[in-house]
Design a protein around this ligand. Structure first.
Ligand SMILES: [Zn+2]
Length: 294
């Protein structure tokens, strides 16, 4: 278990879970009122108000009656608060580590925003959907994810544990680092000059493996600076890195394993680069672009 409880929380995390459902309920009530006015005129609203007040005085919340969700929502709150605190603390730890690394080179680190959503949301890069998995949008410099992905990681991909979630967040923060250092832009330019999709994908793999290596650098530094990890955490991270390798995902989906279609690297490569970053804690050891073997 990562030692995250009671630590400093980041202000850069936005919890948008349940936002869409709330808007849906409001919209539903407006539609209902429009229907009643259209059908029965203003008198309809009057009757509805009388019925509503009657129910309220009898101890029934009419809104809860319409939505039918009030009770379930209040039960969820404790679990949700825990997820939020966990993500805020992990984000804060990444801010400390990357601020330190940037300061060593004489730069100031501007951290990303982190948005948690449920089911779907909007990013500057287009729709954010739970089934896309966590991603980083360079246009609004924000990490997006539906935390239900972490359950999926445990159940479907066989990579449980809170450090698996830390690894995923740290990987996306790694993409933020690549963006603000200009690496992402260089890769995109090179991809535009690439001959064919295979070559463009190969560049994408190097980019993803570097983000894995950065996640390892983060884990090393967070451990050294604030005793963040516990026994078994590294194994959880390595298992997660292995579980979401392109070859493993292809095999699970029953697809043919073709190296030229890889965009994130094989399980073995992802494990190797995460481990590389973790062993040295030096981001200079994450130069996947000039590595002869990945
Ligand atoms: Zn990635």
């Amino acid at each position: 278990m990562v030692k995250w409880r009671g630590r400093r929380r980041s202000d850069n995390v936005e919890d948008r879970r349940g936002a869409a459902a709330g808007a849906g309920l409001g919209g539903l009530i407006i539609l209902l009122l429009r229907f009643i006015v259209g059908r029965f005129g203003i008198r309809g609203i009057f009757i509805l108000a009388v019925v509503g007040i009657g129910l309220y005085m009898a101890g029934v919340d009419p809104i809860a009656l319409i939505s039918g969700q009030q009770v379930a929502q209040s039960e969820d709150t404790t679990i949700d608060d825990e997820t939020l605190e966990f993500v805020q603390v992990v984000t804060a730890e990444t801010e400390v580590v990357w601020s330190q690394i940037f300061a060593e080179e004489g730069y100031i680190y501007e951290p990303p925003r982190v948005v948690m959503f449920s089911n779907n949301d909007r990013s500057a890069c287009g729709a954010a959907m739970a089934q896309m998995g966590p991603f980083y949008c360079p246009l609004d410099k924000t990490v997006y994810f539906d935390p239900s992905f972490f359950d999926e990681l445990a159940r479907r991909f066989g990579a449980p544990g809170d450090f698996a979630a830390v690894y995923v967040i740290a990987h996306e923060v790694g993409h933020h680092v690549q963006t603000i250092t200009g690496i992402s832009a260089q890769v995109r330019n090179a991809q535009q000059r690439a001959r064919g999709q295979g070559e463009a994908n190969a560049l994408q793999v190097r980019m993803e493996l570097q983000a894995d290596c950065y996640a390892g650098v983060f884990a090393n530094r967070a451990e050294r600076a604030s005793d963040f990890l516990d026994e078994g955490d590294l194994e959880e991270g390595l298992r997660a890195a292995s579980a979401i390798g392109d070859d493993t995902l292809s095999r699970q989906a029953g697809r043919e394993i073709k190296q030229e279609n890889f965009t994130h690297g094989s399980s073995e490569q992802r494990v190797r680069w995460f481990r590389q970053g973790f062993q040295t804690g030096d981001e200079d050891d994450c130069d996947t672009f000039n590595a002869s073997t990945l």
